[in-house]
Write a protein that binds this ligand. Structure first.
Ligand code: 0A1
Ligand code: ZN
Length: 870
């Protein structure tokens, strides 16, 4: 069968407004797998019935299949059909049925070991496993592959016992036994109706870390995290996160787990992070395996976040699923919001918010401002896999967060209770979610719905003026929503803005925090009793996902960076101060680095602040984020200005960095918020010492590298060395490779560290690394570790001669033959060509044109590349 579909004529888009209910339903089904890596036989027995609901079309039964897939046999109600009694049209098996209910049996043979796309049933290491979201189930068997067809599944697997001693599927194990020729079988039944994208099965030589959880109503759930035997010691952290997530969802949302078993399997080859299949989550192993020797604090945090995310989907995604894929943010935006809040409750809420906003700005703002911009509920797609985006996920989470902000925690909970009660067991829409929020609160969210339909990041201009004579302050707010592809004219969005005023002299709050929802294009707010010069703190906690421009001076920002009582706003003020300074420097205007240096010094030496916060607040905005502030991006000019300021900060605050470095050293590894904070600040301080030119920086880094009892310190030191030219660099890179070459997840770090290096020769180095025997495009983690990381390294990717663009385009074309989903994810960095200075823009565009002109391109890459040129 074809591994990917070629583009001869451009494919037709699927449109949101074309939704029609399914013609046929499948209330229950049975799957029989005769498993073999080269040839797996799949027999599917579907009980089908005509859908009698309003608007459902009448017509033959049409079951989706993969390109080139053909049934070995088709039976209706036990009768074998002759070849002419069924047909395959547009990759669908079409059968004319006469009655309202039938039993349809089909048999196909598929080849998991040839499945390089990692969609459907595929082989990973010695395992056989599945990935069905969004449209992978059709690669396993003929079926109505759409999320609004919910079925009860019974699944039987037969396989060689020696190769596949463990056989897992959704739901409960209902039987197992021996079969002939060293084979064995297991049968699983899932009592909850589910769409086929939530189907999963896994077969392999796996061992489980087993535990249990007693739910709020006193039921015991058996938990299992299944991995290769050697990885068992690395599953404790994920297990802890799973149990904490189960308890959190009971406390915060009143949601209890509903099956007797919850299993997680870790696999090495996986397109995304993880998958929420009912009762059988399948994970990319990077989001399960951790121990201090091999995983950084960021890895530990990500594991807890992803374990929680997939677990939370059991309610927000599985019990209530999506009617169609345009509603994807219904489950993803809500579930990201839920996992963000879970993580905030486990550690430092302020630092978590800073990290989440950083991700939004790095991944979603550029998307929203570029050729691939789309609303969180898109209107059309060529390939749905391209819409698992930062917009649907992360902006979607911000939209849910705004509802939480506007309705309050209790009102929001009333809304989610009503939503789960109304829609349990069904496939719902984003509209259903908003309506539940309205009905539970007596609220009118009419204009809020624009967040679902309009793309683009709103821009707010806020100007505060003070009239000392009348003790009044006047705040004017204006918003604009920029045009995006297909959406020229925008309506104002309702923006919940948390505001406060501080006295510039006294340092005291003079107007306590309030929420102002800006509904219109502009508004004016009057504050009375303001008898000293006020400073505006706005969009505190990043209450709305917007860009705010204010008339605040450097002095105002420096003041807020030291005095605001909202830690996020303090961080923001510092960032804005740094941005204003750097943008002025880049644009050749007058600038004042002293204010930044003083603000960093004050933060660094503020005894009331914790190390984790300091470690975030003293970092300059990334080169890419600085680029986003400019009308035309020149990566070289950005590098020059930013490096200059970093060097000065390093040099002039050398004593402070040394003190911070020493104060944070010498702790034994512990995964606690305070220990994490110390490690973070330690490596930040080391980086500044190095950039400041401290003569002993490389020696310090190598000592940290060699003496570390954890990966956070070791990788932190390695990254510092990798940015420079000291001889210690090669020593550390070689030692790291030798020590970890047998561990794929750690080897990924070795590739990434070099791909994100600040050195001038990174593009050449990355080209060489792509020739390294350990590099492969067949494993999505490895590909992302090198090529994905490189494309996010603004200076290196945009090296002036265009070799970075050529390299990434070559990788896209090569990867597309194996795995179109992963290949397509590398296109957006090239798609930003219009934002760059003309010479680079032309080189980027030429690479996109070369991609689009390549014969045999997948729909995935075609959509991203052609839209990027439009
Ligand atoms: N639903 C999963 C992630 C996921 C996304 C896309 C996929 O294929 C296109 C597969 C899985 C989650 O949100 O965790
Ligand atoms: Zn998800």
């Amino acid at each position: 069968m074809d591994q990917h579909s070629a583009i001869a004529t451009p494919p037709a888009p699927t449109l949101r407004l074309d939704y029609r209910p399914p013609a046929w339903l499948v209330p229950s089904m049975r799957l029989d797998f005769d498993l073999d890596a080269a040839a797996t036989r799949v027999r599917a027995t579907l009980e089908v019935e005509k859908n009698l609901t309003d608007g459902a079309p009448r017509g033959p039964l049409a079951l989706d299949g993969a390109p080139g897939m053909k049934p070995v046999s088709v039976k209706i109600d036990g009768r074998l059909l002759a070849e002419g009694e069924w047909r395959v049209e547009d990759d669908q098996l079409v059968i004319d049925l006469v009655g309202p209910k039938h039993v349809v049996e089909t048999e196909v043979v598929i080849s998991p070991d040839k499945n390089t796309q990692l969609m459907g049933l595929y082989a990973s290491g010695g395992l056989l496993c599945t990935q069905c979201e969004a449209e992978g189930f059709r690669r396993i068997t003929f079926f109505p592959d759409r999320p609004d067809v919910l079925s009860r599944y019974t699944v039987k697997m037969i396989a060689d016992r020696a190769l596949y001693p463990v056989l897992l599927a959704n739901g409960d194990l209902v039987g197992e036994g021996e079969a002939e020729d060293g084979r064995h079988w297991a049968e699983w039944r899932d009592p909850f109706p589910k769409p086929c994208y939530l189907f999963a099965m896994v077969a392999g030589d796996l061992k489980a870390n087993r535990d249990s959880f007693t739910t709020m109503s006193g039921r015991e759930v058996q938990l299992g995290i299944w991995v290769r035997e050697a990885d068992l010691p690395r599953t404790e952290h994920a297990m802890g996160a799973l149990k904490s997530s189960m308890a959190w969802d009971e406390t915060v949302y009143g949601r209890e787990y509903d099956l007797g078993i919850f299993n997680i399997v870790a696999v090495a080859d996986f397109n995304f992070g993880a998958m929420e299949n009912k009762g059988l989550n399948v994970f990319n192993s990077r989001y399960i395996l951790a121990d201090p020797e091999t995983a950084t604090d960021a890895d530990y945090d990500a594991i807890a976040g992803v374990v929680a995310h997939e677990y939370f989907h059991n309610w927000s995604g599985n019990r209530v699923t999506c009617r169609d894929w345009f509603q994807l943010s219904l489950k993803e935006g809500f579930t990201v919001f839920r996992d963000q809040e879970f993580s905030a409750d486990q550690g430092s809420r302020a630092v978590k918010r800073i990290e989440d906003v950083r991700v939004l700005r790095a991944a979603q703002f550029p998307e929203d401002g570029g050729p691939l911009a789309h609303p969180i509920r898109p209107d059309s797609y060529l390939e749905i896999s391209n819409f698992y985006t930062a917009t649907v996920y992360n902006k979607g989470a911000e939209v849910i967060r705004m509802l939480h902000t506007m309705l309050g925690a209790d009102g929001f909970r009333r809304g989610t209770d009503l939503y789960f009660e109304r829609h349990d067991g069904t496939a719902a829409t984003c509209e259903d979610f908003v309506r539940a929020m309205e009905d539970a609160n007596g609220a009118d969210l009419a204009d809020f719905r624009r967040w679902y339909s309009q793309a683009g990041t709103p821009r707010v201009r806020a100007a505060l003026s003070h009239e000392p004579g009348t003790a009044r302050a006047r705040l004017t707010l204006e918003q604009t929503v920029p045009p995006t592809p297909g959406q020229d004219d925008k309506q104002p969005m309702p923006l919940p803005l948390r505001l406060a005023l501080f006295g510039a002299k006294s340092g005291k709050p003079i107007v306590p925090e309030r929420i102002h929802v800006l509904h219109d294009a502009s508004a004016e707010i009057l504050f009375e009793g303001v008898d000293e010069q006020p400073v505006l703190s706005i969009n505190r906690g990043f209450s709305a996902p917007v860009i705010v421009e204010t008339n605040r001076s450097s002095a105002d920002l420096a003041f807020l960076s030291g005095h605001d009582d909202d830690p996020f706003a303090r961080f923001e003020a510092m960032q804005q101060l740094m941005i204003d300074t750097l943008v002025a420097a880049i644009e050749g205007r007058a600038f004042d680095e002293e204010a930044v240096i003083e603000a960093v010094r004050n933060t660094l030496t503020d005894k009331a602040l914790d190390a984790a916060f300091i470690g975030e607040a003293v970092l300059l905005p990334s080169e890419a984020f600085l680029g986003d502030q400019l009308a035309v991006i020149d990566p070289s000019a950005i590098r020059k200005a930013r490096s200059h300021l970093r060097q000065r900060l390093g040099r002039e605050l050398e004593a402070e960095w040394r003190a911070a470095y020493a104060a944070c050293a010498g702790n034994r590894f512990e995964y606690t918020p305070s220990a994490k904070g110390l490690r973070r600040l330690r490596t930040v301080a080391l980086g500044y010492l190095d950039d400041g030119g401290a003569a002993d920086a490389a020696k310090l880094a190598l000592a940290q590298f060699e003496g570390a009892d954890n990966m956070t310190d070791r990788q932190g030191a390695l990254s510092t060395l990798a940015n420079g030219t000291a001889p210690e660099r090669e020593t550390a890179l070689a030692a790291f490779y030798d020590r970890y070459k047998g561990d794929a997840l750690v080897l990924d770090k070795w590739f990434t560290t070099q791909a994100i290096s600040m050195r001038d020769d990174t593009a050449e180095a990355v080209e060489k690394l792509a020739q390294h025997p350990d590099f492969t495009l067949a494993n999505p983690n490895r590909m992302r570790a090198l090529v994905g990381a490189f494309a996010a390294n603004q200076f290196a990717f945009h090296v002036a001669d265009g070799r970075g663009y050529r390299f990434v385009a070559d990788m896209i074309l090569k990867a597309d033959r194996l795995n179109p989903q992963s290949a397509a994810r590398l296109v957006p960095p090239l798609g930003r060509w219009r934002r760059f200075e003309p010479r680079r823009a032309a080189l980027m565009k030429a690479e996109l044109e070369r991609i689009v002109a390549t014969p045999g391109l997948s729909k995935d890459v075609f959509e991203q590349a052609s839209k990027s040129l439009a």
